[in-house]
Design a protein. Structure first.
Length: 577
């Protein structure tokens, strides 16, 4: 059932709730999800299925699953005549687990090895909880886990789609092939632990345990490799340097991964909080590039005393100690900021927006001396969005641009234009929003000095976007299909964002390592030893082989410079003239 007009429903306690199309959150093949305040309503597409499969009784049984990390149904939702339509559950905020596979996202959060261990242990606790109540999770893929961000150094998982669990007489319906145990003919606790192993291994390393390049297999032949147990532990496998070293995995758990993925053993995994030496010593095997290449120049353009955490396109860097520094003058701004800070250039200075939990503070930093002044803004803000050198806030009204006006010498923070968006069903990434309008996907992409486009992109309708980045007339997206395959889609727009050209290919993981330059050129590193330079508007591509190019160089731009941070230094990559 989909809500196309204001509709009155009855909650489990017989309390009435009014849903409208603006409450839409997401949809899938079986149901649509709506949010009203802190309440989530999941309505099944096939309402006859509720009666046919006696799902109301299953929902009532699952409602007894009380655990802080389990987003279980709270009871049946019905129409005014008492006909069951779906169920109620609490709203939880968080990021899809797949985002924690990527180095860039983890680095931006300051996600540490200890955070990694704690998150994996808490996911292990969820599986044990379900098994202790004679339930099977079955399809606990990376999209059915969320990670809360209230305090990222105490990360908590949330398992969703609990109504798909197998319990009692209700058997499993579907499972994403990328987490399926192809060695087993039936679902059981062992297959649950296998699926848990697949997603948690990616939290540690950033790669699926059956990916990487292996002689005798096609690059994306995941199902065959899983059936053959041809894992990343196989002799001859080649992995990019962006794959995190296996040594970060506690020894006993690493041995369990080897036994599970390479030898077909099915046991309960040890806690990641248990340390010790692994029996099997495994390292990574990297791609080798024979030629050094003489066509690239690497210039060190900034050397500081603190590690560089982020670089903004206007030439400002965030340091590990929380300071902001103007890279051109090496002038530091007063104050300390967290890793979610956003900075844009405004008249005679910078506008700094610093999220602190659910609160936001704004400062104006003067260009002359770096001194900051707090600015006031009376808005109920849901989140910040920066697109190149423009800053926005998401509110109940939609997407609103923020501007600084100087009256005399006094700066004032004011609101500019507001664009209406579906705030519940729009996910925001770096410079772009992905809006789900009752199953139809749109790109929300600011452009120019004061414009914002909403572009219908049917190519994304049946995919789940897990990473995206937008820039000058260009948006790149990583999305997951129902089989667990990652796809990269690149949209190149005309000047008015009325039409676009699409390039599409497969990807190993959700990582995006790309610099989008204002002059209309993109530079990316997909594999070690190769730098791709392309012009989206024309399709021109130049691939440069160079052994100094590695996937651990996370590219960004400083205006039209392609740069990457390496510890305390900032390097520029440019072509030899």
């Amino acid at each position: 059932m989909k809500i196309t007009k204001r509709t009155e429903l009855l909650l489990p306690n017989r309390q009435k709730i009014i849903l409208s199309p603006n409450d839409f959150l997401a949809s899938g093949g079986e149901a649509s999800v709506y949010r009203r305040g802190q309440t989530i309503i999941k309505l099944y597409t096939d309402t006859d299925r509720l009666r046919r499969e006696n799902l109301p009784d299953k929902i009532q049984l699952l409602a007894k699953m009380k655990h802080p990390f389990v987003v279980a149904p709270q009871g049946v939702v019905s129409d005014r005549a008492g006909n069951p339509l779906g169920y109620q559950m609490p709203f939880v905020s968080g990021e899809p687990l797949a985002r924690f596979f990527t180095n860039d996202f983890r680095s931006g959060l300051g996600f540490t090895a200890d955070d990694n261990h704690l998150l994996v242990e808490r996911m292990r606790e969820v599986v044990q909880f379900a098994h202790g109540r004679r339930a099977l999770l079955i399809d606990a893929n990376e999209l059915n886990w969320l990670v809360t961000k209230a305090d990222i150094h105490r990360p908590e998982p949330r398992i969703i789609d609990v109504d798909s669990w197998a319990i009692g007489n209700w058997k499993a319906q579907v499972i994403m092939p990328s987490i399926r145990d192809w060695q087993s003919k039936a679902f059981n606790q062992g297959t649950d632990w296998f699926a848990w192993g697949v997603v948690t291994f990616q939290i540690y390393t950033g790669i699926h345990p059956y990916k990487g390049t292996l002689p005798g297999y096609k690059r994306y032949d995941l199902k065959k490799r899983m059936k053959d147990q041809a894992s990343v532990f196989s002799k001859g496998v080649r992995l990019n340097r962006a794959v995190r070293d296996f040594s970060i995995i506690p020894g006993p758990l690493l041995d369990w991964y080897v036994d599970t993925f390479a030898h077909g053993k099915r046991t309960v995994p040890p806690s990641p909080l248990i340390t010790g030496q692994a029996v099997t010593q495994m390292g990574r095997t990297f791609r080798l590039v024979a030629k050094a290449g003489q066509n690239l120049i690497f210039d060190k353009i900034y050397a500081g005393e603190q590690e560089i955490v982020r670089v903004f396109p206007i030439g400002v860097a965030l340091l590990k100690n929380g300071q902001l520094v103007d890279l051109a003058t090496e002038q530091q701004f007063s104050g300390r900021y967290n890793q979610a800070v956003e900075v844009v250039r405004v008249s005679d200075g910078w506008l700094i927006a610093n999220p602190q939990g659910q609160q936001y503070t704004f400062h104006y930093a003067r260009l002359a001396n770096g001194q900051t002044q707090e600015l006031s803004l009376s808005l109920d803000i849901r989140r910040l969005v920066r697109s190149e050198n423009r800053l926005f806030v998401v509110t109940e009204r939609g997407l609103t641009e923020l501007l600084v006006k100087i009256i005399g010498r006094q700066p004032f923070l004011v609101t500019g234009q507001t664009w209406g968006v579906l705030i519940n069903s729009t996910k925001w990434f770096d410079g772009v929003g992905i809006q789900n309008a009752l199953g139809a996907i749109y790109l929300i992409t600011p452009f120019g000095e004061n414009a914002c486009a909403q572009v219908r992109v049917p190519e994304l309708d049946n995919l789940r976007v897990v990473n995206a980045r937008g820039g000058y007339r260009f948006v790149t997206v990583i999305a997951l299909d129902a089989k667990g395959n990652y796809h990269k889609l690149e949209f190149s727009f005309d000047k008015e964002y009325r039409t676009y050209r699409l390039w599409r290919g497969q990807a190993d993981n959700p990582e995006l390592n790309i610099a989008i330059l204002p002059k209309g050129v993109c530079v990316t590193v997909v594999e070690d030893g190769k730098l791709d330079i392309f012009v989206p508007s024309s399709g021109a591509l130049n691939s440069i082989q160079n052994k100094h190019i590695v996937t651990t160089m996370f590219l960004t731009n400083w205006e039209n410079k392609v740069v990457y941070a390496q510890n305390k230094n900032l390097w520029q990559i440019r072509l030899r003239s």
